[in-house]
Design a protein around this ligand. Structure first.
Ligand code: FAD
Length: 299
């Protein structure tokens, strides 16, 4: 990691909000749902699907959860009205998981029920390990009630993930597989990048072999290659899986995936809580700041 990147990573929590906003603006659609609609429409026009996410997590009151639930219902209605090729991603903690588990499930259930009515789909994002068990329980309950309208995220860095896939294999499975973004203890998560990559491929192979629909969420060229190899080896049709990437990240790789005939979905976050999301992205990948700075200075 360059000195500049180390500096960004270590000082990110103290960098003033306007500076963070400058570096992160390409990674967020804007503050309002209409921004996410505009970005989704542009991407749809290029043959790319989206998943819309309203920013906000680890809330402190159930009123906030109620507001996020209403916002999510509004997203689904808007996708339907605007005829977008888009679905919804949400975070269990945003729905109150760490405040009142039953209420959080009721909130998510209402959203998935609306998605089912509209013929759409809800992806339940995966947060840190304090949320894993409950999130998987929610997924299990909701896929039984609304089959085909809900999926969950699994993280390749967690040692438990292969066992979670096996435990969920008693009904059709719909996963997003990603490396995982939270700073977990070594007892729970692989720490070495090469090990995480091998785990990703190992788990993806198991998921596809078990007939799961997988959103292959990575910008890592090595993993994209491995995923293409696996779908080819298993003779899968493009509608049996999809690639997923974050808004604003490696658009060249995005185009390569689409040009090769694979389906791709971009995660389109919007909302007023852009600061924690942006800080997380910058901490995870300080090269974002370096790229933005180079562009600004025309280097
Ligand atoms: P990396 O090795 O981290 O990145 C590969 C290359 O991609 C890097 O060298 C860099 O050039 C580029 N890159 C990667 N990330 C960025 C970035 N943010 N900005 C700029 N360049 C970047 N994690 C969870 O824990 N739970 C979730 O629910 C979740 N949902 C996700 C949904 C989607 C659609 C995606 C794409 C990721 C999601 N993640 C989630 C994040 C994921 O776990 C990883 O932290 C993130 O994708 C980086 O891993 P990577 O596979 O891209 O590989």
């Amino acid at each position: 990691m360059s000195l500049f990147n180390q500096l960004v990573s270590r000082t990110i929590m103290h960098i003033p909000a306007p500076v963070v906003r400058f570096f992160a603006k390409g990674y967020i659609a804007g503050e309002r749902l209409e921004d996410a609609v505009r970005v989704s429409r542009e991407l749809n026009g290029r043959g790319i699907m989206t998943t819309i996410d309203v920013l906000g997590e680890f809330i402190t009151t159930l009123d906030q959860a109620e507001n996020f639930k209403r916002e999510c219902l509004g997203i689904l209605d808007t996708i339907d009205r605007e005829k977008l090729d888009a679905n919804l991603s949400l975070k269990p903690s945003q729905m109150g998981l760490l405040l009142d588990r039953e209420q959080a499930l009721a909130n998510i259930r209402e959203i998935v029920a609306r998605a089912a009515d509209l013929g759409n789909f809800v992806r339940i994002d995966m947060e840190d390990i304090s949320c894993t068990d409950a999130t998987l329980d929610f997924y299990r309950a909701l896929r039984e009630e609304f089959p085909g309208h809900v999926g969950v995220v699994l993280q390749a860095y967690l040692r438990r993930t292969p066992a979670d896939v096996a435990a969920l294999a008693d009904a059709p499975m719909n996963f997003r597989l990603c490396k995982g973004i939270y700073n977990e203890p070594r007892t729970a998560a692989w720490k070495n990048q090469e090990t995480i990559n091998r785990s990703f491929v190992h788990i993806l192979e198991k998921m596809l072999a078990a007939g799961a629909y997988v959103g292959i969420a990575t910008h890592d060229e090595k993993l994209v290659f491995e995923a293409m190899r696996l779908v080819d080896e298993q003779g899968l049709k493009p509608e049996q899986y999809e690639f997923q990437m974050l808004l604003g990240v490696d658009e060249e790789l995005r185009d390569i995936i689409v040009a090769a005939g694979h389906r791709l979905r971009v995660y389109v976050p919007y909302g007023e809580s852009w600061l924690p999301y942006s800080r997380r992205r910058l901490k995870e990948n300080p090269s974002i700041a370096e790229h933005a700075l180079r562009q600004m200075l025309n280097m």
